[in-house]
Design a binder for this molecule. Sequence first.
Ligand code: TEU
Ligand code: CA
Length: 635
Amino acid sequence: MIKRFTAESRIKDVLNNPIGSDLMRTVMCYKKFDKRFFKIPLTKNMKLKSLVKYTKGAVDDDLIKLFCDKLNAYAKEKVISGDTVKETWWKEAVVYQIYPRSFMDSNNDGIGDLNGVRSKLNHLEQLGVDVIWICPFYDSPNKDNGYDVRDYQAIMQEFGTMDDFDVLLEDIHSRGMKLIIDLVMNHTSDEHEWFQKALQDKNSYERDYYIFRKGKEDGPPNNWSSVFWGAAWDYDEKSDEWYLHTFSKSQPDLNWANPNLRHHLYQIINWWLDKGVDGFRLDVINYIAKGTDLPDGNPIVGEWTKVVGMEHYTFNPSVHKYLREMNMNTFANHDMMTVGETASVGLQISRLFSDESRNELNMVFHFGHLDMPGKSRFEEYDYDLNYYKQYMLPWQTELGRTCRQTLFYNNHDNPRMLSKIGKDHVQKDHLAKMLALLQLTLSGTPFIYQGDEIGMINSVFEKLEDFRDIDTINLYHELKGTMPEDELIKKLNAGTRDHARTPMQWDETKYAGFSQHEPWIAVNPDHIYTNVKESVQNENSIFHFYRQMIAIRRNTKALIYGDFIPVRRHSKNVFAYYKEYQGEKYFIEINMTDKKVQHVTISESLRLIFSNYDYHNKKVLLPYEANLFQVVDEK
Ligand code: TEU
Ligand code: CA
């Protein structure tokens, strides 16, 4: 019999349930609850309902009920997998992410394009990456830079033509690399033909492709807010109904409860597979299942996550049913890779998405490491890598050999990690190389974001007009008047996605070699020092470090498939671990701080394979020192 959770259940029972412990961990990330709390016998034996009193109201009865409902909804979802490592190309691959608008402009209109990408394939080949992921290049009105798709089977005019795409794909394949493309199927653009038909006629076939509902009194159907600020609903006067948009109002959500819609999407996926793409990155794929009753979001969760209602689609197990159906109708029988963008999910839910026996996705992109507990993207603070270690330890040891995660520090939605950790950039070179060594030796598939390989950092945006991102601009209007203008601009600078979207820095010239024309978003002035040309010429550069480390990983199965075994798990400032596979063993030792720290002592003899310092100091680890050793004899 399946045990149901209620407010009478004890905390220890929740913690013993995989999804229960996962949700607890997720909550702790938002609230920065003291971890020790859950370790004391007294609290472990407490009933859930006592949390209301214990947390002095930070948690209420409704929240506890919601928590139990969620947990019960997952009761049937299980990972039943073996322990055998299956060797596959997408585990061995190093992926490189391209934001096409900002990568390379081939026709000098200031906007990056597909031919631009093609003109830089030599750079990627030299770096040694295996797979390229290009962010959306479909026809789009560009309210959210292509994440608002108007036509899934056409190319955005600014980016080129379908012929350009075909030639690009061929070129990538002829160099022995692969291409994955971005599937944005949680929503479309409001200019998509389907949505236009849905608006024109309430009785159209396409109406139910979207989520329309009658409002309540004078307002929307529920209290959900959008990820891009403001309400998640927009009013359609013609039908006197509201439509749901979890992102901007120009991105109406698709109704995955409708099987016709789902099969229509599968046709599109197969069309791209027939073209020869090697896989997909699936945009916000864990948000697709919204349910049909759409209850109000819990206000406490809303306050923690800043998105009211998100618990109803972020933690909705129907997504697994949809993904298995999608897989069966599309991915199955193709040798390809899939990576799901799964914001907010924890480790156990990631196992549901990625376990080989479940036939859903190959791997997940999870984000919990990008901000420290209790902090969010638009807050300025110093990121402490000790948090990264503590966050990653369970992901490295408990995910299991048949589930898979990605390893990344940057993408197109976040400020640059180098600027979050070492704001003053004094030790940038060692820090960037250390991060590279870590990324290429931990367990998971590494995703390098454009610019990582040369150490690109945050830019400075002085006024509203300097920003381009809809998320940032909406937030500006949301907060205007609530704080002094300069403070507001400072806040936007802390979190804007535009930091990741400034043009790729190819050289030191006016527009960084990206274009001859003024780019759509200003070049980061740092391009004078940080650019590909310089990085390739200088053999001690971050670029060459990445290149060499990628080559080492490729030839070292233990780094790819090995079990991760932590050393001095609880010690601060040093991240040390073994990777072991088929009798081969490696030791990785990393100083996560900009100060000198003590070495980790282990008993085996070691041979140094690679380091971000020339000189190996036997007494101390230098600032951000990172060493990869082979264990040569077991004592
Ligand atoms: O992002 C989804 C997402 O929830 C976040 O990364 C989000 O952009 C950020 O937290 C804003 O607060 C994906 C895409 O990566 C992003 O570029 C798109 O804007 C978004 O989906 C909508 O398609
Ligand atoms: Ca162009």
